[in-house]
Write a protein that binds this ligand. Structure first.
Ligand code: UDP
Length: 248
């Protein structure tokens, strides 16, 4: 597949045009950042690893009827996706209290949220991604009431589907961040990625961290753990097809 022009470059991914104007090609880079971009590194094979994990999780969601921008994995590191105009919201779904929420509010560390909490942050580097509420979202015209309702509903469905799928793999879905966009018809689709860069994954038995928190805290070998997560989530067949570069 021919990769077109670079359309957009983010902290860990690049977006290229594709031969078909309705689609884009997303390249997962090895860059990793934390703390509002202050901490940076480049971890060999991280891009490939996250593209395989994200592809699998998007496939699981599509199978359960969630509409996403995902079309297919071209090769490890490259995903063909439907072109979206992204909505500048970071939708954070929380099942367990940890991270920024326990710094901002008097929750007990590791307390369970039942029902899960949905938090909206403004995806805006200049303003450092502040937390929003519905009225601010409406006043800023980021989304309208119906869209917000739809985003909430889909986000909870995604949480249910992924929590169940990951549980079978021995992973506890603690919290995660997702992003939505609108396709050329104006329909809302799940976009971006779902990976250890954007989720908190804990080992279901030991509660050990299996995600970017290791990098944030400077603990352990981040890639060792990402590869372990990749092996837990991605089928052996898909790993053989697409993962050679990672495992050699
Ligand atoms: N998250 C993300 N990108 C962001 C902020 C958060 O992917 O810019 C994810 C993060 O990995 C975690 C969840 O959203 O799974 C909740 O993050 P939190 O608000 O606790 O922020 P943190 O403590 O990571 O700063």
């Amino acid at each position: 597949m021919k990769i077109g022009n670079l359309l957009y470059t983010g902290k860990a991914k690049d977006v290229y045009s594709s031969e078909n104007n309705d689609n884009v090609i997303i390249k997962f880079r090895d860059d990793i950042t934390a703390g509002d971009g202050e901490k940076k590194d480049n971890l060999q094979s991280k891009g490939e690893c996250n593209s395989l994990i994200s592809s699998k999780l998007f496939e699981v969601l599509e199978e359960k009827g969630i509409k996403t921008q995902y079309i297919k994995l071209i090769e490890s590191g490259l995903i063909l996706s439907e072109k979206l105009e992204m909505i500048p919201l970071e939708i954070i779904v929380r099942n367990i209290a940890t991270g920024s929420i326990i710094k901002k509010f008097p929750f007990n560390k590791n307390q369970e949220f039942n029902p899960p909490i949905i938090q909206f942050d403004f995806k805006n580097d200049e303003y450092h991604d502040p937390m929003l509420n519905d009225d601010i979202i409406l006043a800023l015209k980021i989304a309208n009431k119906e869209e917000l309702k739809e985003i909430r509903k889909i986000s909870l469905q995604i949480n249910d589907i992924l929590s169940k799928f990951l549980k079978k793999k021995g992973i506890l879905l603690v919290d995660f961040k997702i992003e939505f966009g609108k396709n050329l018809n104006g329909d809302i689709r799940l976009g971006d990625e779902i990976s250890p860069d954007t989720c908190r994954f804990w080992d279901i038995k030991t509660l050990k961290t299996l995600d970017k928190d290791l990098f944030r805290k400077g603990e352990g070998d981040v890639m060792d753990v990402y590869k372990k997560v990749c092996k837990l989530i991605v089928s052996e067949e898909d790993l053989k097809k697409n993962g050679e570069l990672i495992w050699h």
